[in-house]
Design a protein around this ligand. Structure first.
Ligand code: THU
Length: 156
């Protein structure tokens, strides 16, 4: 029997169309691209996660000459948040922004490994963690839950 999955998401024409807290989160993700260490790919990614108490933790991609040793911006941010605030493993939203080697904004979307890592925190907290992705033209895509990005996910 053939079945179909559908994913609901929202698109906002610009960062300014978001509510104030989410707009600020996306701006924090853009600012976080400055912290990227990406000498190999030239692709600078920034992420910002907002905790339930309003605190924002930022991350950026960190590369290494031994390529697999690097880490994406999203996991840098969520792991830092979890490590620094174990008392507040309650995440409302995570924003992502990416720039290419010429400094132009590119579509940002979490890779498969980051989706799996984010999913675990979402499942741990028991309510959705929204994901805000800044697109090349300045629009923002909002997915209401990490689970929507990882159909048929792995679990232990
Ligand atoms: N990267 C991220 O930081 N996040 C993603 O979701 C996709 C990829 C980084 C990893 C690497 O440093 C560079 O972008 C190129 O893949």
């Amino acid at each position: 029997m053939e079945k179909t999955l559908t994913i609901k998401y929202k698109e906002y024409p610009s960062v300014d169309a978001l509510d104030a807290a989410d707009a600020e989160l996306v701006r924090q993700a853009i600012a976080a691209t400055e912290g990227a260490y990406a000498p190999y790919s030239g692709f600078r990614v920034g992420a910002a996660v907002r905790l339930a108490d309003g605190c924002v933790v930022r991350g950026s991609n960190q590369e290494n000459a031994a390529y697999p040793s690097g880490l994406c911006a999203e996991r840098t941010a969520i792991f830092a948040a979890s490590a620094q605030r174990p008392d507040m493993r309650d995440y409302e939203a995570l924003a992502i922004a990416g720039r290419n080697a010429d400094g132009e904004m590119c579509e940002a979307s979490p890779c498969g490994a980051c989706r799996q890592a984010l999913l675990e925190y979402e499942q741990h907290q028991g309510h959705p963690l929204r994901v805000l992705c800044l697109m090349a033209g300045g629009a923002v895509r909002e997915v209401g839950s990490v689970a929507d990005l990882v159909p048929f996910s792995f679990a232990l």
